[in-house]
Write a protein that binds this ligand. Structure first.
Ligand SMILES: [Cu+2]
Length: 148
């Protein structure tokens, strides 16, 4: 094979190899993003017991559902226990922000985002909406009361 042809082939296969590596890295990354909730459930928190808290963002309040009991703008949890917050929205995009913890998850219609929460220190933790969601956005203030 002449030298020019060899160089051409090396360039083609070299570029294909680079693209192959990038595709592999992207595929693994996307798989991990899609399965992060499940992986976290299995590893970070072990097989421990937890309570599920469903969070519905509504213009302009937070509705919490713990085992079928609904409360508005306030939810009580126990210190040192593990909770699985499942966050969604019933209307527009909101963002569920626990100020003292710095946790912030978007609340998007049709999507459920899983947020693991374990608070060891009793007290009141403030919830704000961190996504402008309409004229009453400022009203979306709630709290998590952590009982000893
Ligand atoms: Cu909002």
């Amino acid at each position: 094979m002449e030298r020019g042809r060899l160089l051409e082939m090396a360039t083609i296969f070299g570029a294909a190899a680079v693209l192959g590596v990038l595709a592999y890295v992207a595929a693994v990354g996307l798989y991990e993003i899609d399965n992060y909730g499940k992986a976290a459930e299995k590893t970070a928190f072990g097989a421990g017991e937890y309570t599920t808290v469903r969070v519905y963002a509504v213009q302009y309040r937070w509705v919490f559902d713990v085992n079928g009991t609904r409360t508005i703008n306030e939810v009580k949890i126990k210190a040192g226990r593990l909770y699985r917050f499942e966050v969604t929205s019933v209307d527009v995009v909101h963002s569920f922000y626990i100020r003292e913890l710095g946790y912030k998850y978007d609340a998007i219609p049709g999507q459920w985002y899983v947020m693991w929460v374990k608070i060891d220190r009793p007290g009141t933790y403030h919830i704000l909406c961190a996504e402008f969601c309409g004229a009453g956005h400022y009203l979306m203030v709630g709290k998590i009361v952590v009982e000893p």
